[in-house]
Design a protein around this ligand. Structure first.
Ligand code: IMP
Ligand code: MG
Length: 203
């Protein structure tokens, strides 16, 4: 028992120190103010599309867990039209979510059929994840799929899918904050911070 407690303490110290070190060498690319402004602009865009008394749409808003949790929580209270909220959970298996297979943890429910589905995600990187999500929703009978991504990474390559609504276009760097993580750290930051590539390699 004492051994387990001791090991747990070592693990917590390790993660605490590693998370702090990661941030120490990071660079703030977008402040909380920049992030808030971008989210409000996205809400304005969605409200302009769907907040009409004569528009009968009752969109299904799907947050992609876990990265979109902060974005979703900030955006939803700024939407002014009737909607239904649900979530899906999908991630890419592999190093830092890059290059791996798309893995479903919570699949979309049958309520997508015939609906306008607004997908909220944290970041469009290579685009494999959202291309896969969009195709699955269309296969399940969604009438229309709108991809709203908080950050679109300028990777200098064509992506298999484009976002319909983008909050911030960001440089081709690995970022943490506003729901996005490196090794599970710093989803809780209110701004966006770029991690140095050297930091990502030392696992
Ligand atoms: P894609 O399939 O390459 O577009 O991968 C998108 C997913 O990878 C996102 O939903 C994130 O979970 C993760 N991801 C990609 N780039 C970053 C980043 O810079 N920071 C944190 N997560 C990222
Ligand atoms: Mg994600």
């Amino acid at each position: 028992m004492a051994g387990i407690v001791f090991t747990e303490k070592i693990m917590q110290d390790f993660h605490h120190n590693r998370a702090r070190a990661l941030l120490q060498n990071a660079e703030e690319l977008f402040t909380k103010q920049d992030v808030d402004t971008a989210v409000t602009a996205m809400a304005d865009n969605l409200n302009a599309r769907y907040n009409h008394p004569e528009a009968e749409a009752f969109p299904l808003v799907l947050g992609v867990m876990g990265g979109a949790v902060v974005f979703t929580g900030n955006l939803l209270p700024q939407l002014t039209f009737p909607l239904e909220f649900d979530y899906i959970h999908v991630s890419r298996y592999g190093d830092e979510d890059k290059g791996g297979e798309v893995v479903w943890k919570v699949v979309p429910r049958s309520n997508v059929a015939g609906r306008t589905v607004i997908v909220l995600d944290d970041i469009l990187d290579e685009g494999e994840t959202l291309a896969h999500v969009k195709q699955r929703l269309l296969d399940m009978g969604a009438a229309e799929v709108i991809l709203a991504v908080f950050a679109d990474k300028a990777i200098g390559k064509t992506k298999p899918v484009n976002a319909d609504i983008v909050g911030l276009t960001i440089p081709n760097r690995f970022v943490v904050g506003f729901g996005m993580d490196a090794y599970g750290y710093w989803r809780n930051l209110p701004g966006l911070w770029a991690i140095r590539p050297e930091e990502l390699q030392q696992t």
